[in-house]
Write a new protein. Structure first.
Ligand code: NCD
Length: 307
């Protein structure tokens, strides 16, 4: 039963619950009008202490398309955080007004603290460089829709694997499916954090490889997941400038890739995918954005317990 639960990281969902959400998202895509009043009278609060375009607006669009209402703030500057209010106090207040909360926060663990203090479901919409479980739901729905399965494939994840929270959540979620091989492509300084390597990849004996050059392995991939170098998490601007253009996917690099490989990116992109790639039939990142809204509709319905 998902009703009343919070979603802080991918492992909060059992595989069965995850599949329920993905199936409901498929049904919503098939027949969106059937769900137009599913959340009538319910309120979603979006508490965004960090900038966002897609995630916040897709949560809001999801709730509006379910017939519900939304309220919230889109930066810490416009909330009582500037007066020194704690996340714990803010959530207790919001829980008096809303039925469900989506929270993004620069501090890792802030949505977990909120969930512990809240009597309504809290969804982590990204906490620092830690986790981003609803982006992962969008990613899984995209892969399932375009590849027809969530097992037996090789995925290359490229870019900032250290600070990229979408990467951490995706690896965790995919680690539960059969026969997935990960090729992790990053500069030495931006490799996946130790806890992902030790507690997920090594502990679960998952087939993985860490490499620095995309060109050398692109032909092996069924899915290529590109990511942005996370400027806002760097301590030092010189390091960011040195690393920011480590990978630029363009048409020439794609020549060696499989015909049916899909190219994903959580967006926003900076330079890591050249715009000429947008017209390649393998480019899936805008479809991925659309999946994000539908899967959030399904998630909100499940956590609120409306059918
Ligand atoms: C990602 C995020 O916020 O972590 N964006 C998103 O939610 N779609 C990725 C990023 O900012 O690079």
């Amino acid at each position: 039963m998902l009703k009343g639960k919070s979603l802080i990281e991918p492992m909060d969902l059992s595989l069965e619950e995850l599949n329920e959400i993905l199936c409901l998202a498929d049904e919503i895509i098939e027949n969106p009008t059937a769900y137009a009043d599913a959340c009538k009278g319910k309120i979603l609060a979006t508490l965004f202490y960090e900038p966002s375009t897609r995630t916040r607006l897709s949560f809001e669009a999801a709730m509006l398309r379910l017939g519900g209402n939304v309220m919230g703030f889109s930066s810490a500057d416009t909330s009582s955080a500037t007066k020194g209010e704690s996340v714990a106090d803010t959530i207790r207040t919001i829980a008096c007004y809303a039925d469900i909360v989506a929270m993004r926060h620069p501090k890792e663990g802030a949505p977990l603290v909120a969930a512990m203090k809240s009597n309504i479901p809290v969804i982590n919409a990204g906490d620092g460089g830690h986790q981003h479980p609803t982006q992962t739901l969008s990613d899984l729905l995209t892969i399932k829709t375009l590849k027809g399965k969530l097992n037996d494939f090789t995925i290359g994840i490229c870019g900032d694997l250290k600070f990229g929270r979408t990467v951490h959540s995706l690896i965790k979620a995919l680690s539960r499916y059969e026969n997935i091989k990960f090729i992790l492509i990053s500069p030495e300084e931006l490799r996946v954090p130790e806890y992902i390597r030790e507690e997920i990849l090594i502990k679960k004996a998952i087939d993985y490889l860490e490499v620095e050059r995309l060109e050398d392995i692109i032909q092996e991939l069924d899915v290529l997941y590109m990511t942005r170098v996370q400027k806002e998490r760097f301590f030092n601007e010189a390091d960011y400038i040195r690393l920011k253009d480590s990978y630029i996917l363009d048409s020439s690099k794609l020549e060696k890739a499989k015909e049916d490989m899909i190219i994903m990116h959580p967006l926003p992109r900076v330079n890591e995918i050249s715009v000429e790639v947008d017209n390649d039939p393998r480019a899936a990142y805008f479809r991925q954005t659309k999946c994000g809204m539908y899967v959030r509709m399904a998630l909100i319905m499940k956590l609120l317990g409306v059918e």
